[in-house]
Design a protein around this ligand. Structure first.
Ligand code: ADP
Ligand code: MG
Length: 687
């Protein structure tokens, strides 16, 4: 391969002086293979250089730069929680003493030689005078008289790949900048090479915060462009194929509508018209249907399924839990009672016999609509003529599962692409939707079915008597109560309510027949049974963990009490609140908190009933990964861009890619460097 000869962005890091095979492997584990990668490993900005203080007392608790000579090193001490620390006694030029303390850093001892002088940079201890805590230091060759100035300008800090020390990384970046930066061109082809190089230099060696931020934005723009290319290619792969244009004429439409037990709200009508237009068109549908909890997305999904079935094709609805699949199945069966449409339910719990009958009917085309969980994704599930796939609460699915469904929807390359309709009740802020799905079309149901009583939200301190009182009055009004806890059973480590103990306490008060319990480790059929009992009024209090967060529909429920509400995300609490106020009884949502400081953010919910506002507040608060609530959410890893700050850059990137695609341009190949290896392969494979 290449040696250290000339400047090269593609030079492998193991050829960089100071990086042997071991360190190269550690770097590679973080996706850093070449000099190019290293130069695009973004540091964090961490502030301007502090003033150098050459004489006089040092302020306490402040960042400083100070020159001092090492007098002696004090032996390591085993300290607090087994951390080892050591101390260095120093003398400054004005003769005043100074101590530097290092924590868990025995390896630094050899780098500080008694008699030698160093420039130290760090924070002074807030309580003890003349103490520097864990400063960084550099050797002053000519002693304290060394004329070399202290560090100036902005300071950056790197995230260190495991096994790589700070010094090593800084040195490697320094070498890369010095020797190889000249070989780097703008991967987006937008800036002249020297301008782009200046930005790269600025992110590693910023003059100040503004310079750092400007450079970060330039790099973030390229990272987001790469992402936009990836997602738009993916979308083009779906929508660019030949789809089917469904007849869905007035007669079919009227017949399907007549099957619903209600008439559509204006919001449903509008969103439904967008879905219908997509499905009548020849290009395949790839649409996200957003609607706040209880806005009635299922009915629109059913209409779309019926349009496909009227054209003699089949449809599938994929739900994230057996409980939800069951509920959709119940709803569809109620609507379709007495029709010729055959509906099936397939979950992990479906008995083998029933399963094989279902699969046979699906493969022969006799079964028109199959509703189910992940079980639908298994290989043995073969559909004679799949026309539409609906994914409910799609963010609950992992990347791999979503990919499998899309794959199932296009098994046979000779066939037209299946239409995809994705339902979500967690309103995904636009930046996140763009990041997850790229440019997919979005419809929104902006209203709720009529006849819903209002829901009041209270934020209050946790007191068992208040909870009992609230449940008592909810039941007295003829309603049902949910009590949600963060934990399933008692935890040693967390002071938080758990479903088992709370259920036990409520049983003592309200009697065993009134209280049901549902949590994640129950078997699916037991969960369904517990929910059924609650829905049918056999139990009137349901103690639950967040398994009931999505979709559960019990119109009589009028109390949602969340214990230790500060442990939940805002969007999640909004979902929980959406479980009540689904019928004529006015609802009360009580958010109980244990710590007063938790109350503030909960007030957002008391103040707003707009799911999108709340989702945005949640996203701002917790960041995208936490917001989506699972590691499997399929969010691409962004290292330079920040979804909260760079929303505008993200939009622009998508616009640019859209225009480039329309003009028949290809992605600048170097942009793929911003993506993790597997995505890179996907992009370069064309498509
Ligand atoms: P979500 O959008 O949260 O999935 P669902 O589809 O479960 O909501 O609908 C919530 C409830 O509202 C269901 O009981 C459903 O039957 C009912 N519903 C849906 N649309 C209407 C409507 N237009 N009028 C009256 N009730 C409706
Ligand atoms: Mg739903």
């Amino acid at each position: 391969m290449m040696s250290e000869a000339g400047p090269s962005a593609d030079l492998e890091l193991r050829f960089l002086p100071g990086i042997g095979p071991l360190r190269a492997a550690a770097l590679a584990a973080c996706g850093l293979h070449t000099v190019w990668d290293l130069l695009h490993w973004p540091p964090q900005y961490c502030g301007e250089a502090p003033d150098e203080i050459s004489a006089g007392p040092l302020p306490r608790g402040r960042p400083v730069q100070v020159r001092a000579q090492v007098l002696r090193l004090v032996n390591p001490q085993r300290g607090w929680r087994g951390r080892t620390s050591f101390e260095v006694h120093l003398r400054r030029a004005d003769g005043s003493p100074l101590r530097a303390r290092f924590f868990n850093a025995g390896y630094l001892r050899d780098r500080l030689c008694p008699g030698e002088s160093y420039l130290f940079e760090g924070r002074t201890d807030p309580r003890l005078a003349g103490v520097l805590n864990h400063p960084r230091f550099s050797h002053l060759v000519q002693g304290l008289a060394d004329a070399r100035p202290g560090r100036q300008g902005g300071e950056v800090r790197y995230r260190l790949p495991p096994g790589i020390g700070e010094q090593t990384l800084r040195q490697a970046v320094g070498l890369a900048l010095e020797r190889h930066l000249v070989a780097v061109a703008d991967p987006a082809g937008l800036l002249a090479a020297d301008q782009y190089q200046a930005q790269l230099r600025a992110i590693h060696r910023p003059a100040d915060q503004a310079a750092y931020e400007a450079a970060r934005q330039v790099l973030a723009e390229r990272e987001l462009l790469a992402l936009a290319w990836l997602l738009q290619r993916r979308r083009a792969r779906i929508t660019g194929r030949v789809g089917r244009s469904w007849r869905w004429d007035e007669q079919i439409h009227a017949r399907a509508l007549a099957r619903l037990p209600f008439s559509l709200t204006p919001g449903q009508v509008a969103a439904g018209a967008e879905i219908r237009a997509d499905m009548q068109a020849a290009s395949p549908m790839y649409r996200l249907l957003q609607g706040d909890v209880g806005s009635g997305k299922t009915a629109l999904a059913l209409l779309a399924c019926l349009a496909v079935i009227a054209d003699r094709a089949q449809a599938m609805i994929l739900a994230p839990t057996a409980v939800l699949a069951q509920q959709h199945h119940d709803f569809c069966c109620r609507c379709l009672a007495g029709s010729r449409v055959r509906v099936g339910l397939l979950t992990g719990g479906t008995p083998a016999r029933e399963r094989s009958a279902l699969l046979a009917a699906l493969a022969s085309g006799e079964l028109h609509l199959l509703i189910g969980t992940h079980a639908l994704l298994e290989d043995r599930v073969v559909v004679a003529d799949l026309g539409l796939a609906v994914i409910d609460e799609q963010h609950k699915f992992g990347v791999a599962q979503r990919a499998r469904l899309v794959a199932k929807a296009q098994v046979d390359a000779g066939r037209p692409q299946v239409d995809l309709l994705i339902l979500t009740a967690t309103p995904i802020p636009r930046t996140l939707a763009l990041t997850l799905f790229g440019d997919l079309a979005v419809s929104r149901i902006a209203d709720k079915p009529p006849g819903r009583a209002p829901v009041r939200t209270e934020v209050r301190r946790l007191r068992p008597d208040d909870l009992i009182a609230a449940i008592t009055s909810a039941l007295a009004a003829g309603g049902r109560a949910y009590v949600v806890t963060p934990l399933k059973d008692e935890s040693e480590n967390l002071a938080a309510a758990d479903a088992m103990s709370v259920a036990g306490a409520l049983v003592e008060h309200f009697g065993p027949d009134t209280v049901g319990l549902v949590h994640g480790s129950l078997r699916e059929e037991d969960k369904i049974a517990a929910l059924r009992a609650f829905r049918d009024g056999h139990t009137r209090i349901l103690v639950a963990t967040t398994v009931i967060e999505v979709g559960v529909d019990v119109p009589e429920a009028n109390l949602m009490a969340v214990l230790d509400a500060e442990r939940f995300g805002l969007a999640q609490l909004h979902q929980l609140r959406g479980r009540i106020g689904r019928g004529p009884l006015p609802g009360l949502c009580q958010l109980y908190h244990r710590k007063p400081q938790g109350a503030d953010r909960l007030q957002v919910l008391a103040g707003s009933d707009d799911g999108l506002d709340i989702a945005q507040a949640d996203l701002d608060e917790r960041g995208p990964g936490e917001f989506l609530g699972t590691r499997q959410h399929g969010l691409p890893v962004l290292t330079l861009a920040d979804l909260n700050r760079d929303a505008r850059i993200l939009e622009q990137a998508h616009n640019r890619v859209r225009q480039a695609l329309a003009a028949g341009h290809d992605m600048p190949p170097d942009l793929a460097r911003f993506l993790p290896d597997d995505h890179r392969a996907e992009l370069l494979s064309g498509g």
